[in-house]
Design a binder for this molecule. Structure first.
Ligand SMILES: Cc1cc2nc3c(=O)[nH]c(=O)nc-3n(C[C@H](O)[C@H](O)[C@H](O)COP(=O)(O)OP(=O)(O)OC[C@H]3O[C@@H](n4cnc5c(N)ncnc54)[C@H](O)[C@@H]3O)c2cc1C
Length: 320
């Protein structure tokens, strides 16, 4: 499997979002000189948003890029190193873990996986243009407060879409819930809550065809899937709640994943996987919270657990 051995490390961190960067800060401060494999999106998902208002310590908010860049510099200050590469395969069958990147291969007794999860997108006109700060969002907890007193639309029909819609009623006048079917997939209790909320307006049997606006979103064009009728809905924000795809397929041969592809943690552990010495942090192992701070939190936990593992691992080796 190995091509060229780029490096033999004490600890390898795969992914450079909030989870990977926080793990890098903790691991480097512990003197482990971690190597971080950046992946295609150095800084992670947060770099796609202009304003983060809920990360502690920034009372006036902070830009997503600025925040993750600061984390990277903080980790570098203590000796963390970063490499532009993407992991395509792994071999966790022995004590020394092998990680194959597109450019090189890496060996380490300990690996922290922090590859995140990518939000599923609609693929319609206007979506990319208005994404992250201009009206298209994938996180009501993150961005709901920007839409105080304004109308918004949520796209989806599962539990997440319903949660997002309910949360947005704290701020918005009207929340259109756009769903391609005529019943919600959410649990009965959640369905009842959503349909009983006067601020939520379901738009059944409909799909979004376009998101339009000028500087920011002004509305969406929807199409009825039964009769093809088109309609325009004025709104200032569009929240996509059609799921996330965890970036974990490269690890599936060795790590236990749940039915949606998220890395399973061991019972009674926040970060341990089924392979000893391999830890998971951030959104790749969390389909519930998906926040910068929770990812950073598990990144810190993973690095602390990894430091203990490495210490014990080296001790075992020394003692034969
Ligand atoms: C537009 C937007 C706005 C948001 N706003 C907020 C907000 O205001 N507040 C908040 O708390 N949260 C917000 N979030 C959510 C937050 O960004 C995520 O919860 C957080 O980034 C998750 O961090 P992570 O490190 O687990 O994963 P990610 O940020 O997804 O990072 C994953 C990392 O893994 C790397 N990677 C992936 N695959 C590979 C591979 N094969 N090999 C190597 N590396 C790989 C990527 O390059 C990336 O660096 C927002 C998300 C989005 C999309």
């Amino acid at each position: 499997m190995l091509r060229k051995v780029e490096s033999s490390e004490k600890i390898l961190i795969v992914g450079s979002g909030c989870a990977g960067l926080t793990a890098a800060i903790y691991a480097s401060r512990a003197g482990l000189l971690p190597l971080v494999v950046n992946g295609l999106q150095p800084g992670g998902q947060l770099t796609t948003t202009s304003e983060v208002e809920n990360f502690p310590g920034f009372r006036n908010g902070v830009g997503g890029f600025e925040l993750t860049e600061s984390m990277r510099l903080q980790a570098e200050r203590f000796g963390a190193r970063f490499v532009d590469d993407s992991v395509i395969d792994v071999d966790f069958s022995s004590d020394t873990k092998k990680v194959l990147g597109e450019n090189a291969s890496y060996l380490a007794p300990c690996v922290i996986i922090a590859t995140g999860a990518s939000p599923r997108l609609l693929g319609v006109k206007g979506e990319k243009e208005f994404f992250g700060g201009r009206g298209v969002s994938v996180c009501a907890t993150c961005d709901g407060a920007f839409y105080r007193g304004k109308d918004v639309a949520v796209v989806g029909g599962g539990d997440t879409a319903c949660e997002e819609a309910m949360f947005l009623t704290n701020f918005s006048q009207r929340v259109y819930l756009i769903h391609r079917r005529d019943t919600l997939r959410a649990s009965p209790l959640m369905r009842e809550r959503v349909l009983g909320n006067a601020k939520i307006v379901p738009v059944w049997n409909s799909v979004v065809r376009e998101i339009f606006g000028s500087e920011k979103v002004n509305g969406i064009r929807v199409e009825n899937v039964l009769n093809g009728a088109r309609d325009e809905i004025k709104c200032a924000g569009v929240f996509l709640a059609i799921g996330h795809k965890p970036n974990t397929q490269q690890f599936a041969k060795f790590l236990h994943l749940d039915e949606d592809g998220y890395i399973r943690r061991m019972e009674n552990s926040f970060v341990e996987t089924n392979i000893s010495g391999v830890f998971a942090a951030g959104d790749c192992a969390d389909k519930v919270y998906r926040q910068a701070i929770t990812s950073a939190g598990t990144g810190a936990m993973a690095a602390i657990a990894a430091e203990r593992y490495i210490r014990e691992h080296l001790e075992r080796k020394r003692n034969g």
